[in-house]
Design a protein around this ligand. Structure first.
Ligand SMILES: [Zn+2]
Length: 422
């Protein structure tokens, strides 16, 4: 079977690394992915076909509009931007038209708010492919995921006559902040999936180490709470104001004091609070950003229910209009044993690869997609691919050993061949 050169994967990864885009604004990235896929004569559907607009979480319209202008400047064609219709991400479809299983693969494409190191020893600087965008960086390896996705599309197209079934490759926007998967999952495009695969590169594993069954994925809900009161002069008529800042302070204290749950781990953080007009006015508005995490969905729901009750209480006590907006969401899951066995088979034929037991202890919105596939009777796996990374995820010197890109691709292709009994 023909496979792509490692050099090509590296070239693609570096192209994406140079132009990182934050979740829901990946217009240049998506435009580039679509163009590369279409050059390979692969069918591609843009964002509007794979995203349920009502289920979008944490999308900032202002950032989106700015990003579309930047994409125009960067040479993304008007046709492509019209096709995207404000929604990033896309799906490649390779249909062998021979009866067989439907495979779905997920590759996330967004970056994080990190300023890339300008240290000479940092490889992207040495080799001239560091981020050209201030304050933005592919510091989580999603540039590598995107490259592997293109590599897989290429492999499938090259070998289409030897394969059976249908292959869908989802290039997902906005994984960071666990925002993108809900809208993709709710669109229904996963529902005919027999086999689902996704991966993450890095995860503090050495190159050659693979975690086929990472566990301890934390459920999380990200929330924005807005409080609206009534402004009034703090000297002349303080009694006429409805104090949103006071309501927010009440909330911070109560939320941080929610009793922990006996059945498992919890995390609660109020990360920001912005409120008020100026020193002499009763503050009429407040906005808070917070997140909760729990060991399972029940515990996370318990945290959310408590917050909701306190917000209702603040509304009554301080006479405020309140709004809770969920801006991100992930849950927990376990890989299907059948899929783990299949991938273990792939690892066994490569002496340089080893399966490592690893608790993740973080959150990933692929969890929503895995759950959806499993609920509809499909089998799913999300595995981690070690890459001798040079710094932690979301850190300024994060970098991967690019040979890990071929390892990731090999696991996908061998997993497919094993499922097809080839
Ligand atoms: Zn990531």
């Amino acid at each position: 079977m023909k496979s792509i050169q490692t050099n090509k994967l590296i070239e693609w990864r570096r192209t994406f690394h140079q132009f990182p885009e934050i979740g829901w604004t990946e217009f240049v990235t998506t435009g580039t992915i679509i163009s590369i896929l279409r050059e390979m004569n692969i069918e591609v559907k843009a964002g509007p076909h794979i995203i349920c607009r009502e289920s979008i979480l944490g999308r900032d319209e202002k950032l989106v509009n700015e990003a579309i202008k930047i994409a125009e400047e960067e040479g993304i064609s008007t046709e492509l931007l019209v096709e995207m219709d404000g929604l990033t991400g896309c799906m490649a479809i390779i249909d062998t038209e021979i009866p067989g299983p439907t495979f779905t693969f997920r590759f996330d494409i967004d970056c994080v708010y990190v300023q890339e190191s300008n240290d000479d020893t940092h490889l992207p600087n040495k080799q001239g492919f560091a981020s050209c965008r201030s304050g933005l960086m592919h510091a989580c390896g999603h540039d590598g995921h995107t490259a592997v996705g293109l590599g897989l599309a290429h492999w499938l197209k090259q070998n289409i006559h030897a394969l059976r079934g249908k292959y869908k490759l989802i290039f997902q926007p906005a994984e960071e902040g666990v925002r993108g998967a809900r809208a993709i999952s709710d669109s229904g495009i996963l529902d005919d999936t027999d086999y689902f695969m996704g991966m993450h590169i890095g995860c503090n594993l050495k190159k050659g180490e693979i975690a086929l069954d990472p566990f301890d994925f934390l459920c999380t809900t990200k929330l924005d709470i807005s409080l609206k009161g009534k402004v009034s002069d703090a000297t002349d008529e303080p009694e006429k104001g409805n104090n949103a800042l006071a309501g927010a302070c009440f909330l911070v204290n109560e939320i941080l004091a929610i009793p922990r749950h006996g059945k498992g781990m919890t995390r609660v953080n109020v990360g920001t609070l912005i409120a008020g007009e100026n020193r002499s006015l009763i503050p009429s508005s407040a906005k808070m950003q917070l997140e909760v995490r729990g060991q399972d969905a029940e515990i996370t729901q318990y945290l959310f229910d408590n917050i909701k009750r306190y917000v209702d209480a603040a509304a009554v006590a301080y006479q405020l209009d309140t709004k809770i907006e969920i801006t991100g969401e992930a849950t927990n899951f376990r890989n299907d044993p059948e899929m783990i066995n299949i991938m273990q088979g792939a690892i066994n034929s490569h002496p340089e690869l080893v399966n490592i037991t690893l608790p993740l202890g973080g959150s990933e919105d692929v969890s929503l997609m895995v759950r959806r596939v499993q609920e509809k009777g499909g089998k799913a796996i999300f595995f981690l691919v070690g890459a001798d990374q040079s710094d932690g995820h979301h850190k300024e010197k994060f970098d991967i050993d690019e040979e890990a890109l071929s390892i990731g691709l090999t696991l996908f292709t061998e997993g497919i061949l094993s499922i097809l009994n080839m």
